[in-house]
Design a binder for this molecule. Structure first.
Ligand code: PAF
Length: 313
């Protein structure tokens, strides 16, 4: 469960606040609004890494004040998933967020988030949520969309920033904002990777030594398919099976799916084209890892990742 409120032992930089309750969140936000400052929200489940901190950088470019929320959202975990063992370290997270220039960390307990119990009304994320990760995690995106809608209600941000590693999530949130006129500008920031290519994720903390090495092959498999695409291969099945073979041949990796999909509908493609999304979910020991590449995109230029997830049309 989320950690109960405890004293924060590091020295707070002037201008940085920590809110464990709605009331203190509201008080700090009221100050920003009084000063006419725009607000960006970076929603997270904590155990921050460079990927999250790069979202703070993006947020700072788009708004005057950055709120980073930390809430391990029980609505998006099915029974038997890793809710209880999801890594948590609030004190370290708050210090990292502060040092990176976030203005406010909002880290509510479950009781504070759901004062009258879990929401009776939840967001139905529709068809997009049934694709890719939704096949193995059928209720996951309902939980994500519901908590993000709730965070938007609590923070009322001008801008919200999500990472492209969770491509399906970013697309779903953009689509929810467009369809429900939520009035939040959604920015999608590029994937941050370890030097060997592994996409940064809080769940990488589950990887043992051999597993950590194996996990780096996920990006190698995706990049090799992207390379043959750039050399002219357009057959989706051949790109998919290239990735599948690479993952199958790597000990300790157990692929859940390898799919080449339309970037807006997430429908599987027969023919590969520039901008199509090649996405995988792979089990590696106790960690379920996801990653993706946008075929033919200039992945070496991190700024270009910011606008490449459009709402579903
Ligand atoms: O990407 C995540 O960490 C979560 O799904 C989010 C968006 C914070 C909602 O709980």
């Amino acid at each position: 469960m989320n950690q109960p409120g405890g004293p924060i032992r590091f020295t707070l930089t002037p201008g940085f606040s920590m809110a464990r309750t709605r009331r203190s969140l509201e008080a700090t936000l009221a100050g920003y609004r009084k000063d006419g400052r725009s607000v960006a929200l970076v929603p997270t489940m904590g155990y921050l890494h460079e990927g999250h901190l790069s979202l703070v950088d993006t947020a700072r470019r788009h708004a005057d004040a950055v709120v980073l929320s930390i809430f391990v959202n029980p609505l998006q975990f099915a029974p038997g998933e890793d809710l209880e063992r999801y890594p948590r370290d609030l004190e370290r997270d708050a210090e990292l967020a502060m040092d990176r220039g976030a203005n406010l960390v909002f880290a509510p307990s479950e009781g504070e988030m759901f004062p009258t119990g879990r929401p009776r009304i939840q967001v139905d994320p529709g068809e997009l949520a049934k694709r890719l990760c939704g096949q193995a995690r059928p209720h996951h995106f309902q939980g994500v969309a519901t908590i993000v809608a709730k965070l938007f209600g609590l923070v009322r941000p001008d801008v919200a920033v999500f990472g492209r590693k969770d491509y399906q999530q970013a697309l779903l949130i953009r689509t929810m904002v467009a369809d429900l006129d939520l009035g939040v500008a959604v920015q999608v920031a590029p994937i941050m990777r370890e030097p060997d290519g592994l996409a940064m994720s809080s769940r990488n903390a589950y990887l043992g030594e051999g597993e950590r090495e194996a996990a780096a092959e996920i990006f190698q498999a995706l990049s090799s398919a992207d390379r043959v695409f750039r050399h002219g291969e357009r057959n989706a099945e051949s790109l998919r099976s290239r990735v599948h073979r690479h993952l199958d041949e790597t000990p300790l990796l157990d692929p859940e799916y390898v799919e080449l999909v339309d970037p807006q509908s997430l429908a599987p493609l027969q023919e590969a084209r520039e901008g199509a999304v090649l996405a995988v979910a792979v089990q590696c020991g106790r960690a379920r890892l996801i990653d993706n590449v946008v075929l033919g995109s200039p992945v070496s230029d991190p700024r270009l990742g910011e606008t490449d997830v459009e709402p579903a049309g």
